[in-house]
Design a protein around this ligand. Structure first.
Ligand SMILES: Cc1ncc(COP(=O)(O)O)c(C=O)c1O
Length: 389
């Protein structure tokens, strides 16, 4: 009897299977709207020029690859803290560590929550990023779902969200997308964030804020505005930050986890727990991407260059969204949504016909990557939908 015999075959990642189908499709006009990475007009996911410069400087200046420690690159974490929290002074109540991407930050957050309160209940709006539920389950947290977005009507279900969180007890957790919700692009407006922040504070709910697309919605500060409203109101929170999209460093695995503590005196103790959990998981995070980003952030010219490139990416996404929305129908609401994704109200047979008859590849849920389109191909995509519904 094999030791591994009890292990069941796990289902293949549906999006990876889609990549294979797309690759094998010989049609020249095929469109890949599945994979979740930014693409430029030419369909490439380029290394940002500012980052390339920083990597060159890193190569020239780095004289050791000795261990750094479980906290990773402290300068990097300081810069990411400024991006996420802004100029706000939290009186020594923030502590943070570098993590392997936003996924590592979320996993570390889940383990910290479980260490503080085993089996803690986490409220999760659906649909959500498919990795959220298994990641919480891996830390043996329990999840309570509510509807964040109604795909059929393309409506953000804010009342449902408030009603669900209105039943939460002190010490429950709310997992919230900071901006550019994945997979729906449906974000709260300023008034909604303010009302949510009050509710979280009143009920003693601990927010776990997932900020993975800062700068790809409305701008760096605008995209953190909701998160900052919450941070101003609640005593304690966790912020999982990913740089993989806004610095285009996906495979380098660059992120950070921050904790806002009730008192400055708590910060060191919470940090010591983050470090020991990190040590037990990955010992220390990969250095290269974070070290390059730290160098970038220390050069004002490179920061301007990076921000200009990021603005260009955001403007491109916005132009594609506006073009799509002008076609109405299933696309009518995409201009109100933000970031790289929207989840369209298309049935599985329509999604299958789009692939078979038009070479258009998207997730079975109807999620599309806006960056897989251009202003030119958006019209063809809209016509194909009109022909299939
Ligand atoms: C909502 C959300 N959170 C976190 C992540 C994790 O990002 P990373 O690639 O940095 O692990 C993603 C990635 O797709 C995401 O969509």
């Amino acid at each position: 009897m094999s030791f591994f015999a009890p292990l069941p075959q796990q289902p293949a990642d549906a999006l990876l299977a889609l990549i294979g189908l797309y690759r094998d499709d010989p049609r020249a006009h095929k469109l890949d709207l599945g994979v979740g990475v930014y693409r430029d007009e030419a369909g490439r996911t380029p290394v940002m020029a500012a980052l390339k410069q920083a990597e060159k400087r890193l190569w020239e200046s780095q004289d050791s690859k000795s261990y750094l420690g479980p906290e990773g690159n402290a300068a990097f974490t300081r810069h990411m803290r400024a991006l996420a929290f802004g100029a706000g002074d939290f009186g020594g109540r923030i502590t943070g560590v570098q993590t392997p991407g936003g996924t590592g930050a979320l996993r570390l957050a889940a383990e910290l929550l479980a260490a503080a309160k085993p089996g803690a209940r986490v409220f999760v709006g659906t649909p959500t990023w498919p990795n959220h539920p298994p990641l919480l389950a891996a830390a043996r947290l329990t999840t309570q779902t509510y509807t964040h977005f109604d795909v059929a009507t393309q409506r953000l279900c804010f009342d449902e969200m408030m009603a669900a969180l209105g039943t939460a007890q002190a010490g429950d957790v709310a997992l919230l997308h900071g901006c550019c919700h994945n997979p729906t692009g449906a974000d709260l407006d300023g008034d909604q964030w303010a009302a949510l922040a009050d509710l979280l504070a009143d009920r003693g709910i601990v927010p776990l804020l997932d900020l993975a697309y800062q700068g790809l919605g409305h701008g760096m500060d605008a995209d953190a505005a909701g998160v900052r409203l919450v941070l101003d109101k609640v005593p304690e929170a966790l912020i999982a930050y990913s740089c993989d999209k806004n610095f285009g460093v996906y495979r380098e695995r660059v992120g950070a986890l921050f904790a806002l503590t009730a008192k400055a005196a708590d910060a060191d103790r919470v940090n010591s727990n983050l470090l020991s959990l990190a040590r037990a998981n990955w010992s220390m995070p990969p250095d290269h991407g974070a070290a390059a980003i730290a160098l970038l952030m220390e050069d004002p010219d490179l920061v301007v260059q990076w921000r200009t490139e990021l603005d260009g990416m955001r403007d491109r996404l916005r132009a594609v969204r506006d073009t799509l929305a002008a076609h109405g129908g299933a696309l009518a609401h995409v201009a109100e949504q933000n970031g790289m994704f929207s989840q369209l109200p298309l049935s599985p047979p329509v999604i299958a016909r789009l692939r078979a008859e038009h070479g258009i590849y998207m997730a079975g849920s109807g999620r599309i990557n806006i960056a897989g389109l251009t202003v030119e191909t958006a019209g063809r995509f809209a016509q194909a939908i009109a022909a299939c519904v």
